[in-house]
Design a protein around this ligand. Structure first.
Ligand code: ADP
Ligand code: MG
Length: 234
């Protein structure tokens, strides 16, 4: 009974999401169609219209891109990886974007082993999304601190920025599909990250203060390698 309810709740969420995505994609598609019709009527190329069309296409691309990770759960394979390696690769990957926005990334990693069972590409997606948000929260530049520590049962990754922060209202709505305060935002990054962290039995905590900054903490469960090998044989 309980399981049934959970399943139908899930279906409901997926249904809502699908409706939301369809809606979000229909808007730029309508614009694209309108501008293409104009081109057809005038029979000459208007570069301003072409630019609008390209940016609408880019928007569709962004929305679809953020969903790709969620769309192929069957391809997910958990392996043992050290979270410090994952984060350092993501840091390197994001460093040019950070540099372009006058943002420096400082990190402080524990010496302890931080291997956890995980889907590496999905976790990378999570930390790319979180670092992007941190960079975007500091339009004048600033510093991002990444701290990795090993607790008794979890690995903790903490990302702190010195950005615009969030008020109570924003904190309440963060993670709702399509909730964004950005002109070019999709409002999908946090939701996608939360889904991935949930699938790793982890947790995401947020604390924020307007004009001071935001800390996002991701907790991922540690598991003994032996136990993990047993569990994966099931
Ligand atoms: P997007 O980045 O496309 O807006 P997200 O799901 O990544 O979508 O974030 C949703 C919203 O949460 C953002 O628009 C912003 O208001 C808020 N937010 C997320 N991370 C931060 C942060 N580090 N600092 C301030 N606000 C943030
Ligand atoms: Mg984002």
């Amino acid at each position: 009974m309980e399981e049934l309810m959970r399943r139908s709740e899930k279906l409901n969420t997926v249904g809502q999401l699908a409706a939301g995505v369809a809606h979000e994609i229909r808007n730029p598609l309508t614009t694209l169609r309108g501008f293409l019709q104009l081109q057809e009527q005038s029979k000459k190329l208007n570069l301003d219209h072409v630019r609008v069309m390209l940016s609408e296409l880019e928007r569709i691309n962004l929305i679809v891109g953020e969903f790709l990770i969620l769309a192929k759960p069957q391809a997910v394979k958990f392996k043992y990886r050290d979270i410090r390696d994952i984060i350092s690769e993501v840091s390197v990957f994001m460093s040019s974007e950070a540099l372009m926005h006058n943002v420096t990334i400082k990190d402080n990693y524990t010496e302890d082993d931080c291997r956890i069972p995980c889907e590496e590409n999905q976790l990378k997606q999570v930390f790319i999304n979180l670092l992007k948000n941190a960079i975007e929260a500091m339009p004048q530049g600033g510093q991002i601190h990444i701290v990795i520590s090993r607790l008794a049962t979890h690995v903790s990754v903490q990302i702190t920025d010195e950005g615009i922060g969030m008020d109570e209202e924003t904190l309440k709505r963060i993670g709702d599909p399509f909730f964004t305060v950005k002109e070019n935002g999709t409002g999908l990054g946090i939701m996608v990250s939360q889904k991935i962290i949930q699938s790793h039995q982890g947790l995401m905590e947020l604390s924020s203060q307007v004009n001071v900054g935001t800390t996002v903490r991701v907790l991922l469960p540690l598991q003994e390698e032996r136990q993990y090998a047993e569990a994966s044989n099931l």
